[in-house]
Design a protein around this ligand. Structure first.
Ligand code: PMT
Length: 409
């Protein structure tokens, strides 16, 4: 995700400095070349050697040491960076940046860079709620600085409240988002994910093997690419994606209701959920008792959400999935036409590494104009971006034909 990117990681003096080590791991694993700049106070909490070993780059701590180098050090760092991230950022550091003060290597580098700067504050709750701090943040936001809000929790100082450094994984995702091309800016993307559960009684239900991984990957990628994203999800064990409005639904009827309530304001809808086609005619209030007799389930057909969206879609872009166990192109092509889709992602779920509850997928894309694109096995995260690349191309095509306001640039 960050291959070829040069990132400057600024670490300031707070107890959360140790979490910057985990962030550094995520950034380097993501493929970035990371240059760590530590303030004097940060070195009281974590030794520079830790960052040096993990980044495999010299850690920068002293403005004047760098000036004695052949290239002027802070300028070289500022110019080289694709992005600067400061985590944790203290109230002092944020105050200095907001006042244009550049009295150490980190603040000087920030002043000298043209790259985006992402700030993850961490501090005592009273400092966080201080009006002066709020004004400084507001000022920096106006100048284009990106903030990753801290979370509520028990703080190292003993107070409880807001001020705890955001999780390194989320800061990492925001770094990736800050560097991504915002080709979905202005779009409102509605995504469905996961299974539905159709209850038989308080204990049992009918469902399927969907983990939600595919739909959640698309939601994360669409957010990174600048879309306003709503995710309607069936029951999964996955973490809600950061920056995405997540709405939970259990049964197909509930998913139907939730999807329809968000549909009108959406410009793109992608339905990766595995919705149960049938539900029990009756749900027993009490646990159905075991007996020696055979049990026959009486099932009613659930509403086909996608087909209904297809009837109402107008200028919206509609993408469906098709989970198939044979005749992939024929069956998926039928769904494309019958449900009035712009694209269908055909999933041969019998193929190894594809379909339900795995991190990879292998799909064929079918389009309205008859084009068919076979994609190789890949990570669901990577596939999410390929699907969105095709969505962007379809939106551009529609805008070109005057079918949509030209929201895609
Ligand atoms: O969640 P994962 O573990 O990551 O697995 C991913 C996946 C296999 C679930 C995903 O890749 C996938 O194939 N999703 C669609 C599964 C499915 O229900 O396919 P279908 O062929 O039965 O349905 C076709 C389309 O109609 C789907 O977009 C589905 O969301 C929609 N549908 C189906 C039935 C129904 N009552 N309402 C619907 O909207």
């Amino acid at each position: 995700m960050l291959k070829g990117k040069e990132i400057v990681l600024g670490v300031t003096g707070g107890i959360a400095a140790y979490k910057a080590v985990e962030l550094l791991r995520l950034l380097t694993r993501g493929g970035a070349n990371v240059h760590v700049v530590m303030t004097r106070a940060a070195m009281e909490f974590v030794a520079p050697l830790t960052f040096q070993t993990l980044s495999m780059n010299q850690v920068h701590t002293d403005l004047f040491k760098l000036i004695s180098e052949r290239e002027i050090g802070h300028i070289a760092l500022a110019d080289r960076a694709d992005l600067l991230v400061i985590a944790p950022a203290t109230a002092n550091c944020i105050g200095k940046l907001a006042s244009g003060i550049a009295d150490d290597l980190l603040t000087t580098t920030v002043m000298a860079t043209k790259a985006p700067v992402l700030i993850a504050p961490a501090m005592n709750v009273n400092m966080y709620e201080n009006a002066l701090f709020g004004e400084n943040v507001g000022k920096l936001r106006q100048h284009g600085f990106i903030f990753v809000e801290p979370v509520k929790g028990m703080l190292a100082c003993g107070w409880e409240g807001e001020g705890k450094l955001q999780e390194p994984q989320i800061i990492f995702e925001e770094v990736v988002a800050a560097l991504a091309v915002k080709d979905l800016a202005g779009e409102k993307v509605l995504i469905t994910a996961g299974p539905t559960r159709e209850e038989l009684d308080p204990v049992r239900y009918l469902s399927n093997h969907s983990s939600g991984k595919m739909g959640y990957a698309i939601a994360r990628a669409a957010y990174r690419r600048g879309a306003k994203v709503t995710l309607v999800t069936g029951p999964t064990s996955l973490k809600e994606p950061y920056g995405v409005e997540t709405i939970k639904a259990v049964s197909a009827a509930e998913m139907h209701e939730k999807v329809l309530s968000c549909f009108t304001e959406s410009s793109v809808i992608i339905k990766a959920a595995a919705v149960a086609d049938y539900r029990p005619r009756l749900r027993a209030d009490k646990k159905i008792k075991k007996s020696d007799k055979t049990v026959t389930l009486d099932l009613l057909k659930n509403p086909d959400i996608l087909a209904e969206l297809g009837r109402r879609k107008e200028a919206r872009l509609l993408v469906g999935f098709a989970a198939e166990t044979g005749d992939l192109e024929k069956n998926a092509g039928k769904k494309l036409v019958e449900k009035n889709l712009d694209m269908v992602v055909a999933n041969d779920i019998c193929q190894a590494g594809a379909g339900f509850n795995v991190d990879t997928n292998c799909v064929t894309l079918l389009f309205r104009d008859g084009r068919v694109e076979n994609l190789p096995l890949m990570q669901k995260d990577a596939l999410a971006d390929v699907i969105l690349d095709r969505v962007v191309a379809l939106l551009r095509g529609k805008a070109g034909q005057g079918l949509l306001p030209g929201t895609v640039t």
